[in-house]
Design a protein around this ligand. Structure first.
Ligand code: EPZ
Length: 416
């Protein structure tokens, strides 16, 4: 299995081009199940979760060609309405096929994703909403089975602004003739991007990116071309790596408006952030001031950047607090950071980080994508050599990570 060897302690300097957003590309690709026409999606990052999505689409009957960041999805054979367990267990976002397939064929069968390292992650909010639009829901042999004569448009109020449930219901509603209103919807930029793509496919989506999304659906969605937004989590990860190493980095293609909560926290930590016509520039000369954060649905501080933020705060001049309020078990990286000399106390969803002047290299292990990214940030800043095992987690979400970091002056190599 691959691992990273990082010789830390070098400031990152230069420019890095931000890739397309994984979490926007996934639902966009899955939306292509709603038409037999060809769809072309650009700025699709080359990473493991995208390859899993391509396999999922192919398994369901689509023909997909994917090269140099562009995916062309075409009619292949008669579409299947089932997402099998071997793909769902690799990538939970596979449950997003339920909405498009249910709207189009009146039935869908999706393996129930189990819990994962960051939490239980049930899909009850998705299922309640499908019921509201007239679907029957049952479980059989570990699968969720959805069926209906015809999905009906309607109004759904989510009990929590779940990103996945909002996307699943937007796609379903886009394929149903009539007006559906989603209230207390998730407001993440990836939702807005999906709204744009569905509109290009022939639905009319208003309010994506606000807490009320109105979808005027049609049973005749057609092919479309789209370019995925820049990845705000990749942006945040490079940004924090630049600051933790007291570097100076330009993030080309980054969008400040997608990262307001992070940028505010970064400024309070004493680092410099400048908006440029082509993106963002971040710079730090000194150890950060301690800043408390708690994660929330967008536009709050993103849960996906909590771990890299904690890595940055391990080097602060003082004590800071982190509270993870989106997932119930997302502070596993604290123990690994501790192996590098970080001083972190955890209790449930909370962590108190006592900043130290420096971290030192150690053998450590990634437990999920963003925990892995946090370890990379820490290792780049640490004195000496760090070996990170289980980089397959990191490969799910970061395109050409070691190549991009090397171009910024990092000493990182992949070995197996
Ligand atoms: C999306 O996951 C992202 N994944 C996650 O990114 C991200 O961490 C998360 O949104 C929050 O921003 C993709 O976009 C593919 P949720 P999702 O439904 O849709 C609970 C990464 O590292 N919940 O908003 O699964 C759930 O358990 C990944 O790139 C229910 O209780 O997130 C969690 O505690 C990890 N019932 C909270 O809501 C439900 O039916 C947020 O989940 C659905 C969710």
């Amino acid at each position: 299995m691959d691992f990273f060897v990082i010789d830390g302690g070098r400031p990152l300097r230069g420019a890095v081009r931000i890739s397309g957003s994984k979490n926007a590309a996934l639902p966009n690709l899955i939306s292509t199940l709603m038409t037999d026409d060809a769809c072309t999606i650009h700025h699709v990052p080359e990473l493991r979760d995208i390859r899993t999505t391509v396999r999922l689409l192919e398994t369901m009957g689509k023909k997909v060609s994917y090269a140099r960041g562009t995916a062309v999805v075409e009619h292949g054979s008669r579409l299947k309405t089932r997402a099998p367990y071997d793909l769902v267990k690799q990538m939970r976002a596979s449950v997003l096929v339920a909405g498009p397939v249910l709207a189009r064929f009146g039935k869908a069968r999706v393996s129930l994703p189990g819990g994962c390292t960051i939490g239980m992650r049930p899909i009850d909010i998705h299922l309640e909403a499908f019921k509201k639009l007239g679907a029957r829901v049952s479980t059989e042999h570990g699968d969720v089975v959805l069926d209906c004569e015809r999905l009906e448009p309607g109004t759904v109020r989510f009990r929590f602004p779940s990103v996945g449930a909002t996307e699943n219901l937007m796609m379903a509603a886009a394929g149903v003739k009539g007006t559906t209103v989603l209230k207390n919807a998730a407001r993440e930029p990836e939702i807005e991007d999906l709204g744009t793509f569905l509109t290009r496919m022939g639905a009319r989506v208003d309010g994506a990116g606000t807490d009320t999304v109105t979808i005027e659906g049609t049973s005749r969605l057609h092919g479309a071309e789209h370019s995925v937004i820049a990845d705000r989590v990749e942006t945040g990860t490079f940004l924090l790596a630049a600051l933790a190493t007291k570097g100076d980095v330009r993030l080309i293609g980054a969008k400040a408006q997608h990262l307001t909560a992070l940028l505010e926290a970064v400024k309070r930590s004493g680092a410099t952030v400048t908006e440029l016509p082509e993106g963002l520039r971040v710079k730090a000369k000194d150890r950060p001031k301690p800043v408390d954060i708690h994660t929330e649905p967008h536009p709050g501080f993103p849960t996906d950047l909590q771990a890299p933020w904690m890595a940055y705060m391990t080097l602060a001049r003082g004590k800071s607090k982190v509270r993870e309020s989106v997932f119930e078990n997302r502070v596993m990286h604290a123990a690994e950071l501790g192996r590098m000399g970080a001083r972190i106390r955890t209790g449930g969803e909370r962590a108190v980080v006592e900043g130290v002047p420096e971290l030192f290299g150690a053998p450590i292990m990634a437990s999920d994508i963003r925990a892995g990214a946090a370890l990379v940030v820490a290792a780049l800043a640490a004195k000496g050599q760090t070996v990170i095992q289980r980089v397959y987690h990191i490969d799910r979400g970061y395109e050409k990570l070691e190549k991009k970091l090397r171009a910024l002056g990092a000493q990182i190599r992949r070995a197996h």
